[in-house]
Design a protein around this ligand. Structure first.
Ligand SMILES: [Zn+2]
Length: 424
């Protein structure tokens, strides 16, 4: 066996072990606190709601553990087990030009991966989410979503794969620079076009009509000097009763989107404070920072792939008998996560910093108390655990633990109410 085969197996084993260990910690921690509502949430979350959130978190975590093991087996089958090589020889029987064969191979491998994960998706929606009363999706809507998702994946994935494969064959050894450029243009175009062209395929977006809420929101946007191309309500309740709000798009195509489930449950001041938090991610340049980091990371990725694609051992050590551009792309996309997971805690910590900053911005431009109320309502209605394991949370969570966020907001409130007293 090649040395890199051992390195790959070692990192994969470590990844699986760390994921399962963290999941077990989370399950144990959440289950232990199942019967006692943390003091900070005592008035707002009932013991029944708290227990439900704990059971929901544990159920999701258990399913996740099964998926971790399953995904590792699929990866082993595709690589060392010769799965990609088998699919390659099947696709090769078509006798098509290499650009077509390469594109088909990429689509076939990722098609297989998504087909294999389908049972987990179906179980999650129709058993797990159903059991906890969150699922509103019918099998018909689910099937339509899948069909649209796959058609989109085939179209966009096929387009990108063909484009990168063509660049690889046409530009010689410095192809990776051209590939990176094409990838960057594609992702930016997709981010820009998503709210207008793709999101409406799955959901209905209607301009926010509620006039009192509308004027509150317009005043907030004015105060923050923010221009968006519209405030929309999305029919999230068609699929699930989970609520959320988000910003989407780039430049003039920026949109503010509220789930109808959130609008129906929160009062206008709370919705305003959630919006102020989302706005902060743009005003404090979190969004452009993330885009720049993503673009730079993909540059590193393409440079690495440019080098790896020329190494014979890259293919042979991962179960591919013959080197090809398409195989290099597939291997890279499948195997990179086996190494990049080590960056997860750093990225999560960076994101949590942004979340604290956005909360602070919202407290300043809207209202800390309303935001705290809104967060508690969202945690409660989404059955998010209030008692995550600290290690699990530090490793994965893009948002700080609920208690930490509420504590920060309360501290800001106290500081704000103390300041005028000192002045007088
Ligand atoms: Zn945020």
């Amino acid at each position: 066996m090649h040395t890199f085969t051992y390195i790959f197996l070692l990192f994969l084993a470590a990844h699986v072990a760390v994921q399962l260990w963290l999941a077990r910690r989370q399950v144990a921690h959440v289950a232990a606190a199942r019967l006692s509502v943390p003091p900070a949430f005592a008035g707002a979350v009932t013991p029944q709601e708290h227990t439900k959130a704990a059971d929901y978190t544990v159920a999701k975590q258990r399913l996740g553990m099964l998926e971790v093991a399953f995904d590792a087996l699929v990866l082993l089958w595709l690589t060392l087990g010769g799965g990609i090589a088998q699919i390659e020889s099947l696709v090769g029987m078509l006798g098509a030009p290499s650009l077509v064969t390469g594109t088909l191979l990429i689509l076939a491998v990722f098609g297989w991966v998504s087909l294999l994960s389908l049972p987990f998706g179906i179980y999650r929606t129709f058993s797990l989410e159903q059991r906890f009363g969150f699922n509103h999706t019918t099998p018909a809507v689910y099937a339509a979503d899948l069909a649209k998702g796959w058609a989109l994946g085939l179209l966009l994935g096929g387009l990108v794969a063909a484009c990168v494969l063509w660049i690889m064959s046409a530009l010689g050894s410095s192809w990776w620079l051209g590939g990176w450029l094409a990838w960057t243009v594609f992702t930016l175009a997709l981010t820009w076009a998503w709210p207008r062209l793709i999101a409406p395929l799955f959901n209905k977006f209607t301009p926010l009509e509620d006039s009192t809420l509308r004027s509150r929101i317009d005043a907030l946007l004015e105060r923050c000097g923010f221009h968006a191309s519209g405030v929309f309500v999305m029919d999230g309740s068609r699929r699930s009763s989970h609520g959320n709000a988000y910003f989407t798009g780039l430049g003039r195509e920026k949109r503010i989107v509220f789930f109808d489930t959130l609008v129906s449950r929160l009062a206008p001041p709370q919705i305003e404070s959630v919006l102020a938090h989302e706005l902060a991610h743009f005003r404090l340049r979190h969004v452009p920072q993330r885009i720049v980091v993503g673009v730079l990371a993909s540059l590193v990725g393409f440079a690495l792939l440019g080098w790896l694609a020329r190494q014979a051992w890259f293919y042979s050590s991962l179960g591919i008998p013959e080197a090809s551009d398409a195989a290099a792309l597939i291997l890279f996309l499948l195997v990179a996560p086996v190494f990049t997971w080590l960056l997860t805690p750093a990225m999560a910590a960076w994101s949590r910093r942004h979340e604290f900053q956005a909360d602070e911005f919202a407290a300043l431009h809207s209202d800390a108390r309303s935001l705290a109320e809104a967060l508690v309502a969202l945690y409660r209605d989404n059955a998010s655990t209030l008692t995550p394991d600290p290690v699990h949370s530090a490793f994965y969570d893009s948002h700080p633990p609920p208690a930490a966020r509420i504590e920060r907001l309360n501290a800001l409130l106290e500081a704000a109410s103390a300041a005028p007293a000192r002045a007088s």
